[in-house]
Design a binder for this molecule. Structure first.
Ligand code: ATP
Length: 832
């Protein structure tokens, strides 16, 4: 075939896949890739990879064989001794666990030497090993036999007590050794192997809230392995990429998931979400904080409590260096108002937040979405370098450009929730599809080819087994004429092709081999469980009980610190609130200036003033409904990832948001009104006035917090809080005489307005006397006591309890709604 790129066209990026070579049968394939795509020839793959790749990036064409060869290459470039030293865990400054350091070193040394020597670990595979079993398995997971995969085989066996090196297993497994007890340097994590069998995911969908739920199948019988390296999940939009990623990351509601997911051959521990890294699609770092501050926050709450501040800082610096963020480390991330770091740097900071714990597995949901091509490339290269250091990186991606695709180690292609390919990336899938009669045009990028294929948009011939590269398909005569597509026919065709590809995959040797391997892993897991659990499962149970890496006090300190910093650096809303209070104080003080005790105006003006005061104290809290809605995504992610407990987050909001932000303006500016209006000039009465207003605003804020924690949509929350406040206002006692509403009069006890207004009235009117100052002809008017005014309004006032019961009422409303708010925060669905 003629593999020469057409002149004048950019083909540099495709060169490695388009060159002819041994085993090349016409599709986009390089000699090295072609050699390795023959799954049976593992040794030859190693040999080729060892001599072929001088650049780390090139190694990806052959998947893990490439990874291991890259490691070996590096080793040969430096020196074997140095390489081995690099692979060994560095002695910790102070041990925090009682695991034997020596056995860790021995395990790693063994692993490293096997990589260097190219030893096939099948030789010492245990009965449960991935690489063990029949030849077909060995072919499929041949890549597994070397390096990390080989470690896995030994690790699984070690957990049954057959081999030494259990410490290694515990560290690399998702039971979280690295997260809680390891003090490894950045990048020293060992990737776990995720095996999944017959995974299904179904959701109930309602067209309208009142409709009957309809079951929607999102994933069907998905099986496979995610190994150390860069594991991409690709497919057309809506095919279930994110769903599969979430199922593997244990972030989907288990009630909707069927099948089995194992981490390093064992069931994921309860705290798997906390020991693995998960980077959500939308960036959720605090925009007002710098890159370093965000990372330090993660280090403060996610690293074990016995780490010193210096050690945490070192870890942060290591992550900054690892992700190439040094130049922007002290720049703010950015908000709508603050211009911050670039999109790629923001994404890398998100990744860094997860890398702080050295997770053995890192999940990323569409990490390139919203980024330009260059930035997307730099993010994937960052992920690639993390994978090169031994991590298992699993991510969903839509349709990357070629230069990104060539960095993938493994590829999972989904269509309509089913697998059509799972295995090495590079040229291997092209060969697989070519065998099915779908040929990648020499000008086409593999990701584009996959999408065209599943959508039935391959040019005639390419889907029929004929190579298009006999003639240049971009010659004018060969360019297909633009035809208006028939949407329905196209959809039918694409569904038919998708079904055909799914059937072919199920029938394929590759799929069966992978299934057998996964089956063996599952059986191994069953044996471990039947045998009372290996050391790994014991570790898992212990870590499951220990919910958070740091204590309550430490979490509260750092979450409060971040909340404060956020408020301090984003002062607009608090400053506006202060200005509103100042304006309100001065304007109301001016209007009600120097209230007298005349019968004509003294009573009415005081009642009007108390009405406005109460109104202001309650309705100023309308803005508080956004508190939990705005941070909902951050809270869900951080809480489910084990940053802090719900109680810590809740208390931090009360201590740093509600108390200072709500009470300070009241204490500062409401005395203006008191003294301008010349209310009762007694210290006790003044202090009671302040207390009354503070409690009123806190109770109203409690109601707003409850609504904010219950609803995720700001518009709905706004309507709900308005309705609740208006309901309370109706029973406040100043718009309607409470006694006149009959049996509904009990509703006043649910009203902040009622308590606040009654408290102010009793405080002011008790003991006062209002007398006529302007005589009116033919009318005899007498003075009126304050107690008569209160009696007229059905406000009890005869005992001190009548006064203080209003404060207690507001305190109880605040407490009840805050408790309900806490319950709602706990109830928020933490599954995606
Ligand atoms: N909780 C859910 N409720 C209803 N439908 C859901 C739910 N989760 C997933 N789906 C549906 O399942 C399908 C697959 O969703 P998923 O987000 O996994 O796809 P995707 O391949 O990641 O899509 P995209 O590339 O557009 O992000 C979609 O049609 C989606 O609407």
């Amino acid at each position: 075939m003629d593999a020469t790129p057409p002149s004048g066209r950019s083909s540099v990026g495709y060169r490695s896949l388009t060159s002819a070579g041994p085993g090349d049968s016409g599709e986009c394939q390089s000699p090295t890739a072609a050699a390795v795509s023959n799954y049976g020839s593992l040794e030859s793959a190693n040999r080729v990879s060892l001599v072929s790749f001088s650049k780390e990036e090139d190694a990806v064409d052959i998947g893990v064989a490439g990874d291991s060869s890259a490691l070996a290459n590096r080793a040969s470039l430096t020196s074997v001794g140095q390489y081995l030293r690099d692979q060994l865990p560095k002695p910790a400054a102070r041990r925090t666990d009682n695991r034997p350091l020596l056995s860790e070193s021995q395990a790693s040394l063994g692993a490293a030497s096997r990589v260097l020597l190219g030893e096939r670990s099948g030789a010492d595979d245990g009965p449960n090993s991935v690489g063990g079993g029949n030849g077909a398995n060995r072919d499929v997971l041949g890549d597994h036999v070397i390096g990390d995969g080989g470690c896995y085989s030994r690790d699984l066996a070690s957990s049954t007590g057959e081999l030494a090196g259990g410490a290694y297993y515990r560290r690399s497994s998702c039971s979280g050794g690295s997260a809680y007890s390891g003090r490894s340097r950045a990048g020293s994590a060992r990737g776990s192997v995720i095996s999944f069998r017959d995974v299904g995911y179904e959701v109930s969908v309602k067209r309208f809230p009142w409709s009957r739920p309809v079951r929607k199948v999102v994933l069907t019988d998905v099986s496979g392995l995610m190994r150390p390296g860069l594991n991409a999940i690709m497919g057309p939009t809506g095919c279930g990429k994110t769903s599969l990623l979430d199922v593997l990351a244990c972030r989907k509601d288990p009630r909707c998931v069927t099948g089995r997911v194992l981490i390093d051959g064992q069931s994921p521990p309860d705290n798997f979400k906390r020991v693995s890294g998960y980077v959500v699609q939308d960036d959720i770092v605090m925009g007002t904080l710098t890159v370093r501050e965000n990372l330090y926050f993660s280090a403060s709450v996610r690293l074990p409590g016995n780490w010193t501040r210096e050690e945490r800082m070192q870890k942060v610096e290591a992550v900054i260096a690892e992700l190439g963020l040094a130049k922007v480390a002290d720049s703010k991330i950015g908000t709508e108002l603050i211009r911050g770091v670039s999109g790629g740097e923001r994404k890398r900071t998100n990744i860094g937040m997860e890398l702080i714990t050295d997770p053995s597995v890192l999940f990323l949901d569409e990490p390139t979405t919203g980024l330009d091509a260059f930035t997307a490339g730099s993010v994937i290269r960052t992920m690639r370098s993390l994978a090169n250091r031994g991590r298992t990186v699993v991510f969903s991606i839509h349709q990357p450009k070629y230069s990104i695709y060539r960095l993938f180690s493994y590829l999972t292609l989904l269509v309509n929730g089913e697998v059509i390919y799972h295995g090495r990336a590079g040229s291997a899938p092209l060969k697989y599809f070519k065998d099915l009669g779908y040929i990648c045009d020499t000008h086409n990028s593999p990701p584009d080819f996959f999408m065209d294929m599943v959508h039935g948009e391959l040019p005639a011939g390419a889907a029929g087994g004929q190579a298009l590269d006999q003639a240049d398909p971009l010659d004018d005569e060969d360019v297909e004429p633009a035809v208006e597509p028939d949407q329905d026919a196209q959809k039918d065709q694409s569904n038919a092709i998708a079904q055909h590809l799914v059937n072919e995959w199920r029938r394929s040797q590759l799929a069966r081999s992978i299934e057998r391997s996964v089956e063996e892993i599952c059986q191994g897991a069953a044996q471990i469980n039947n045998g009372g659990g290996g050391s790994g499962s014991v570790q898992t149970r212990q870590l499951s009980r220990r919910a958070y890496p740091t204590g309550f006090g430490n979490q509260l300190l750092h979450v409060s610190w971040r909340t404060w910093l956020n408020l301090f650096r984003n002062p607009q809303s608090s400053v506006i609130q202060l200005i509103v209070y100042l304006f309100f104080g001065l304007s109301i003080g001016t209007v009600f200036f120097g209230l007298d005790t005349s019968l004509e105006s003294g009573i009415q003006n005081r009642q009007g003033l108390f009405f406005f005061l109460t109104l202001q104290m309650v309705f100023v809290n309308l803005s508080a409904v956004e508190v939990f809605i705005k941070e909902r995504a951050v809270f869900i992610h951080e809480n489910s990832s084990g940053f802090y407990s719900v109680l810590v987050y809740f208390l931090a909001k009360i201590l740093c948001d509600m108390l200072p932000i709500k009470t300070l303006p009241v204490l500062l500016f409401m005395p203006i009104i008191y003294f301008m209006a010349q209310l009762r000039l007694e210290a006790g009465a003044f202090l009671f006035y302040q207390l009354n207003l503070v409690l009123a605003t806190c109770a109203a804020c409690g109601v707003a917090f409850f609504v904010s924690a219950s609803v995720s949509v700001f518009g709905i929350a706004n309507i709900l809080i308005s309705i609740m406040y208006v309901f309370m206002m109706v029973f406040g006692g100043f718009l309607i005489n409470i006694a006149s509403v009959g049996w509904l009069s009990w509703c006043r006890y649910l009203s902040v307005f009622y308590y606040a207004y009654a408290g102010l009235s009793v405080n002011e009117f008790s003991g006062m006397r209002f007398c006529p100052t302007r005589p009116e002809p033919n009318v005899t008017r007498t003075c009126k006591d304050g107690s008569t005014v209160l009696n007229d309004q059905q406000i009890p006032h005869s005992t001190p309890w009548n006064l203080w019961s209003n404060e207690l009422g507001m305190f109880c409303i605040m407490l009840v709604f805050l408790l309900l708010c806490y319950v709602q925060l706990c109830r928020i669905n933490k599954y995606k």
